[in-house]
Design a protein around this ligand. Structure first.
Ligand code: ATP
Ligand code: MG
Length: 398
């Protein structure tokens, strides 16, 4: 079947009242962003309270649906075909032709109903008449089919506007809310499996994301940094463009390494990451931080460790993977295509400076006391890290 446009279905939650246009505009903007990755030209427009994507040139149906599936807020994608209004006899032929093409292999007893909507009130038949007459015509042309108005296998939608649009397939969208309707948050993005998934999940609720990566050259290589950029790019298919802030963390890490107890290195390092991420978040209008932490996954993610890490932040910290097992996180990373990149074996700053036996029950008092060992140097180091940050705009645009 050759389709010419798509009807975009979106959930009704959050769409009511005066915010509806904000929701729709954000959705249209994200649809346009996703379509830039597709061959062909498209028009995205709103008509009669619905959103349509019209193809203005040849396009690849699979490519377009795959990319629309990355747009949060879409609950269903309906490929449509249309006919000019040349009278009912012509429409009948068109509809029968559609059914024969799309359901050529329908088995005996497959049920259907016609669901017509007449928004062009000048059309001489009303929706009830259209349902009955088109249903009858289809039955006659395809005797294997049966009508079931309550629970049909196929619902054939016929929309009479200036032109007449026909569709019957609804391809599930990703759900969620359009990015941009939920404010902005700062993702701590490492090269691991969890943090890209965490970013994806928060973005799914309509939150725009920026990211910060702590780089420790020469202990972490350019390839490790490129891996994080690549991951940000994969997440940005869903989240839209990401401002990725790369912080040179080497001097801070060396200072911690030199002046603090070995078993507390990770937790103190994590606290400085959170402090720096929060500073940038506040400067850039982010309303929260996002991490890929999951309870008990490693020593720095026990409840006691999380409490000590969390203590340095005043912004809320969102941890969408917190209750997930590694396998569940892996499953999502495979779905969003970050997994293969995440498992590339480049060194990570946490693995290089890691202690053999990290504390699992850190005491806030003791950690805070040991952080005072850094008093003489830390202000300058933090200032320098922030001043030398490199910001890369990562997006899927060419
Ligand atoms: P991930 O797979 O996301 O790296 P992980 O299981 O390796 O997670 P940790 O290394 O303890 O866990 O990191 C916990 C969280 O801290 C990460 O999910 C990420 O949000 C943040 N984080 C860790 N290292 C970095 C880094 N180098 N740059 C930015 N954020 C980081
Ligand atoms: Mg990690």
């Amino acid at each position: 079947m050759e389709y010419s446009s798509f009807l975009i279905k979106y959930g009704e939650i959050g769409v009511k009242g005066k915010n509806r246009y904000l929701f729709e505009n954000a959705l249209m903007q994200q649809i346009k962003y996703a379509l830039k990755r597709c061959e062909g030209q498209f028009k995205v427009h709103k008509a009669e309270g619905r959103i349509y994507v019209d193809a203005l040139s040849d396009f690849d149906q699979d490519e377009v649906t795959d990319n629309l599936k990355t747009v949060f807020g879409i609950s269903g994608i309906c490929p449509m075909t249309f006919s000019e209004d040349n009278g009912f006899e012509d429409l009948k032929v068109f509809v029968i032709d559609y059914m024969k093409k799309v359901y050529a292999d329908a088995s005996e007893g497959t049920t259907f109903k016609v669901y017509a909507r007449r928004s062009n009130k000048r059309y001489p038949l009303d929706s009830m008449e259209l349902n009955a007459l088109l249903g009858e015509a289809i039955l006659e042309a395809m005797p294997v089919l049966k009508v079931d108005v309550h629970n049909p296998d196929i619902t054939l939608f016929v929309e009479v506007r200036e032109r007449i649009y026909v569709y019957s397939e609804v391809i599930p969208g990703p759900g969620g809310m359009p990015v941009g309707t939920g404010g902005k948050a700062m993702l701590l993005l490492s090269g691991g499996i969890d943090s890209p998934v965490a970013g994806y999940m928060i973005s799914k609720r309509g939150v725009k994301i920026d990211a910060v990566y702590f780089h420790a050259p020469p202990y972490t290589s350019e390839r490790a940094k490129q891996k994080v950029i690549d991951l940000a790019k994969k997440v940005s298919r869903y989240s839209g463009p990401i401002y990725l802030h790369v912080i040179n963390f080497t001097d801070i890490q060396l200072a911690i390494y030199e002046k603090c107890p070995q078993d507390e290195l990770t937790i103190i390092m994590r606290r400085y990451m959170m402090r720096i991420a929060e500073t940038i978040a506040k400067e850039t209008g982010c309303l929260g931080l996002i991490t890929g932490e999951s309870i008990g996954q490693v020593a720095s993610q026990t409840l006691a460790s999380l409490a000590v890490t969390n203590e340095v932040c005043t912004l809320p910290v969102f941890r969408p993977c917190i209750g997930m097992d590694k396998l569940e996180i892996v499953e999502i990373s495979q779905k969003i295509d970050t997994y293969e990149t995440s498992i590339l074996p480049y060194e990570d700053c946490c693995t290089i400076f890691v202690a053999k036996h990290p504390v699992t029950k850190p005491s806030l008092e003791i950690i805070a006391k040991h952080e005072h060992n850094l008093d003489e140097v830390i202000d300058d180091l933090l200032k320098n890290a922030l001043e030398t940050k490199e910001t890369i705009v990562v997006s899927t645009d060419e």
